[in-house]
Write a protein that binds this ligand. Sequence first.
Ligand SMILES: [Zn+2]
Length: 407
Amino acid sequence: MARMVGFECSKCGEQLAPQAAPTICPNDGGPLYVRYDLAEIRRRTTRDSVNSGSKSMWRYSAVLPDAKPVTLGEGFTPMLPSRKYANLLIKDDGLNPTGSFKARGMSAAVTMLQHHGMKKLAAPSAGNAGGALAAYAAAAGIEAYVFMPRDVPIANRLEVEASGAHLTLVDGLISDCGRMVAERKEKEGWFDVSTLKEPFRVEGKKTMGYEVAEQLGWSLPDAILYPTGGGVGLIGMWKAFAEMEELGWIAKGRWPKMIAVQSEGCAPIPKALHEGHTASETWPNAHTLAAGLRVPKAYGDFIILDIVRKSGGTAIAVSDDDIMDGVKELASSEGIFACPEGGAALAAYKQLLQSGFLASGDRVVLFNTGSGYKYLDVFAKYWGVDAFAVPMKLPASRNLGGIIGPY
Ligand SMILES: [Zn+2]
């Protein structure tokens, strides 16, 4: 486990001393990065040390904070070569606990907050982050308060309720939920686990970058397609590349083009990028079937835009129809039942091939960030499947006296 030497503001560069449960930069509200003594880690460990670690993101404990993990086996998800597109690899983060990539960030954040004795955690969520927070809080024996839009996929509501978290459904967007957490947290004694309002969700998400490198034999792809709501994974992967280079785990060289994928109904990052701005504007009337992309303004938008530009990548918005076609294509060509955000990444890949931004020879990693099983209500509605045409009855109990079939 790595010893933290402190925190660094992503905005002003201020160095802060190690402290329990840090939040954001006191000067300017900038998200904080966790900093380690990488030279010491380099002397002490090699990248091969990960081989003796668990088959989870905690195999990278050499570069994660020193605390007893609250783990459900998150991370180290498969990276599958596409069966349809040569040189495309699909990183299937839908296979995480709670069915989404949010497990990584919440595992790391809840680990540290439990370590520092926090008792009540709160977060706004577009859906999956709330489910992940609820699950990890339950595993840690900590109370969770989740705020999500009323129209999130039903799975997100049910998983939060099942895990005993306090759920508030909000007539609004994640930004409205975030405001409610901010207004009440002091009075209620909640620790705010919102995207980038504490530094450890990035630490969890950065393991995606370590995994991509390890699964490519400690090299990096030409481009990464990343469905971007709050953008924590994109920010985390970029941090991972920097750390791995400093640790000598990857050769110095070109990092992947980072491609932020959004939906046409909520595309603040592509708009800001193409208009040459360093930050985004709040997207009005955000709407998309990809609930995870319905983030009208990401707290770390300026970091996302900076990374996309520095990497030579781009940002692209795709339509909901293309997103749903992408879901069907991933299922029918690859056998992967993806979330709409994964479908968006495939739609973006095809458009960028067509525009010539990507070449078919480029080695590209596409992130599927969640399982399609969490969006059954969304798919049923879109594909015109009347899921409740047959009145649902709970199965009657069978008293078979321990006999197992045949029936
Ligand atoms: Zn600052």
